[in-house]
Design a protein around this ligand. Structure first.
Ligand SMILES: [Zn+2]
Length: 237
């Protein structure tokens, strides 16, 4: 399921968020694989220093407060990174629009947070959510293939074994080298400033390729994951 919650953040809240992110621009770091910038402590982008959880962004605290109106109980993980920000400069490279699954969701060192974690993602957690909150004021989109929808694997190894088309994973652009590729028509969700995109299934997706338009402005979104255990949503990134 993909759900779009419009006006999750007001215009003023988005503006304040952008100010906070720009004021911390010295802490942005560039991901060499995707050419996007990260602010915060993402396990996917920063595995070496991951446990140094130094962030305390007002915007992230507000995000948690607002999620508490949609879910019964919401907490930050204390031993995993908090949600953070993804900044894409609208340059000419399409690397930020790489096709991927959010396989990182099953790879977190959950045992640091949950002492009885059994290394079986689906069995341990009751539900999971992937959040993208658009903060910048520009057209934003999300491309995905509905036919790739499934549950995540239980383990990291299992997770990487079940793509529909192996050549489409990590593909930049739309020219798949698999002659028998069945993935031809992706769908697009368009969203605007303040909208929250919520996914609760695994699917092949990318930052909408139309978002890379060569202008100087930045596409800025808050990103995070929520895993539910015993009625509590724990946020991490
Ligand atoms: Zn393919």
């Amino acid at each position: 399921m993909i759900k779009l919650v419009e006006d999750f953040f007001s215009n003023i809240e988005c503006s304040n968020a952008i100010d906070e992110i720009n004021q911390a621009s010295s802490l942005w770091y560039k991901c060499d694989e995707t050419d996007m910038y990260i602010l915060g402590n993402s396990f996917l982008r920063n595995q070496n220093n991951y446990l140094k959880n130094y962030d305390n962004f007002k915007t992230v605290n507000l995000f948690k407060e607002k999620l508490s109106t949609m879910f019964t109980k919401v907490e930050f993980c204390t031993n995993l990174g908090k949600p953070g920000f993804q900044i894409i400069k609208k340059n000419d490279t399409n690397k930020p629009c790489v096709w991927h699954y959010d396989s990182i969701l099953v790879c977190f060192p959950y045992q640091n947070e949950f002492s009885d974690y059994n290394n079986n993602f689906n069995e341990y957690f009751d539900e999971y959510y992937i959040f993208t909150l658009m903060l910048s004021d520009s057209q934003a989109s999300f491309d995905y293939f509905p036919e790739t929808t499934s549950n995540f694997g239980n383990t990291a190894i299992e997770e990487t074994e079940t793509p529909i088309c192996k050549h489409h994973v990590d593909l930049i652009g739309d020219d798949c080298s698999n002659p028998n590729c069945q993935l031809t028509n992706f769908k697009t969700v368009n969203y605007t400033r303040g909208s929250l995109l919520v996914q609760n299934e695994r699917m092949l997706h990318r930052v909408g390729s139309r978002d890379i338009d060569g202008t100087d402005s930045n596409r800025i979104a808050l990103q995070g994951y929520g895993v539910i255990k015993d009625g509590v949503m724990y946020l991490c990134w």
